[in-house]
Design a protein. Structure first.
Ligand SMILES: [Zn+2]
Length: 356
């Protein structure tokens, strides 16, 4: 495919989303507080009491990709309850009061953090046992200085872009932290947790390498993402892509008609080969923009809704990432064969409960 114009545009500004790419992260708060946040989150993952011998470890996890990562490491040795139903807006999700009963029996609660799941954390604060662990995988993985505030997550809103798991090197850290928590809380199954984690992390490393190989097949000036949902900021930073815009306003409403009109102009000017909608957030606006600009409109990306149904081979974190990356690479004129060759099967039986 012939390279197109690579004029950089400022869609965030055009949409009045008060955004600019803040790749170096937050400048708010004291430097000391920022430095302490990650170590505090890490330390929180080290709290909680080792379960009694002969007892099964009971785990809860928020979004489905995290549930899948946990399930790949825990295997048959723990009971795992997902909390956020797939296909719902995890950014505004509020758990039903009935989730309190699940939390009361939870030994370990894994959340993403970076302020994604505050209502769930509030419910957990009232219902988790004092022996339980509340581990924020994202907050524990990424220093505050590396947070990204951008289009749908402007710094004025105070909430950083929380989508760390769509970036394999950060997902690898999630897996390492999960492994360490499970080994500590349930030492009777430490060997199984370690060996499952070894295999799973090796698959994440292959995903990472395949993404590097696939990126190399996309013309440099087409390594650009214009998305609806703003879920690939850390991914883009890792692989040298540019997120030129995200259309979803920070309040998760639809863009206004005026914003859409301006966006159509901008899409025409930039010459992006494709624009990417979200399966989780269907947007008629995006379809309209694709039609009016004659740009390929791909509406199937997903950030926390796993492909297929529970039990399907692709219903996994690795399946999710493979699907998204193949979609992006092929839509932008690249060769996704390295990604298609990946083994995305679960390391062990995924017996987690995924609410639908
Ligand atoms: Zn999201």
């Amino acid at each position: 495919m012939a390279p197109r114009s690579s004029n950089v545009i400022w869609i965030g500004i055009a949409l009045s989303l008060t955004a600019c790419s803040a790749d170096t992260g937050s400048t708010t708060g004291s430097a000391t507080a920022a430095k302490n946040a990650q170590s505090t989150a890490r330390a929180a993952c080290d709290t909680g009491t080792t379960i009694a011998a002969g007892k099964r470890l009971r785990i809860s996890a928020t979004v489905a990709p995290i549930t899948s990562i946990v399930a790949n490491i825990a295997g048959e040795h723990a009971d795992i309850a997902g909390l956020v139903p797939e296909g719902t807006n995890s950014h505004t999700f509020e758990p039903a009061p009935s989730v309190a009963a699940i939390l009361a029996k939870t030994d370990v609660l894994f959340v993403n953090g970076l302020l994604l799941e505050e209502p769930t954390k509030d419910l957990a604060a009232k219902n988790l046992s004092s022996n339980a662990t509340l581990c924020e995988l994202g907050t524990a993985s990424l220093p505050v200085a590396d947070y990204i505030y951008d289009f749908s997550f402007p710094i004025e809103g105070g909430k950083p872009n929380p989508h760390l798991w769509t970036n394999p090197p950060l997902a690898r850290q999630y897996a390492e932290i999960v492994r360490d928590v499970l080994v500590r809380m349930d030492p009777a199954h430490a060997d199984a947790y370690r060996s499952n984690a070894d295999v799973f992390i090796a698959r994440i490393n292959k995903l990472d390498a395949a993404m590097v190989a696939a990126t190399a097949t996309v013309p440099v000036n087409q390594r650009k993402l214009l998305t609806y949902h703003d879920a690939y900021a850390y991914f883009a930073r890792t692989y040298g892509w540019t997120v030129i815009g995200a259309m979803q306003p920070s309040n998760f409403d639809e863009p206004t008609a005026k914003e859409v009109a301006r966006l159509i102009t901008q899409v025409r000017q930039t010459g992006v080969p494709a624009i990417f909608g979200s399966e989780v957030f269907p947007s008629p606006v995006l379809e309209q923009i694709g039609a009016e600009t004659n740009v390929k409109y791909v509406d199937v990306l997903r950030d926390d809704d796993l492909p297929g149904k529970p039990g399907d081979p692709s219903h996994s974190f690795l399946g999710l990432m493979q699907f998204d990356y193949i979609t992006m690479i092929e839509s932008l004129g690249g060769d996704a064969s390295a990604l298609k060759a990946l083994d995305i099967s679960d390391v062990t039986v995924d017996a987690a409960m995924y609410p639908q």
